[in-house]
Design a protein around this ligand. Sequence first.
Ligand SMILES: [Zn+2]
Length: 167
Amino acid sequence: MIGITQINKELIDRLNKENKGKKNQAGVYDLNKAQIEKKIVPWIFEIIRDWANKGENISIKSFFTLKRSKQKSKESERCFKHEKEVENYKRTNKGKGIAAFAKSPVFKKIILDAKKCNDCKNKKQAVARTVKLLPRLICKTSKNFWTSGKSSAKNTPKKSINTKFAR
Ligand SMILES: [Zn+2]
């Protein structure tokens, strides 16, 4: 999962590479409107696209998360022994609810043992390698995404959106 910090870092890397020390006295880059529009904005989207291409999810805090669709293997991530233990436990405790699972010390121990097990670790890695990346991004909005904007209250703006921007 990458976020704003990583995007910022890569933007600065690109600026450094391109400008080779041509910073102002404060040690920062002076960017005009055109540079921001023609360079920085496309770069942000390129960085997001490149990470998505690699199968990474991108989280823009307080806004949204972009999740790369993956086709997971149906194969279990546990080794044969532990998968059998889990399956046996599930079968004998079917329909007993949370008390028999999340709250059960017996079940907890099976899960904990599997977590420590090297065969399970190897199996998990092997299964992870078979995950197929799909050409789709799923956008999940953050908690306050729909309510934080002034004009988005109740989803219907009271006034029409002013399209005049200061120059
Ligand atoms: Zn195991």
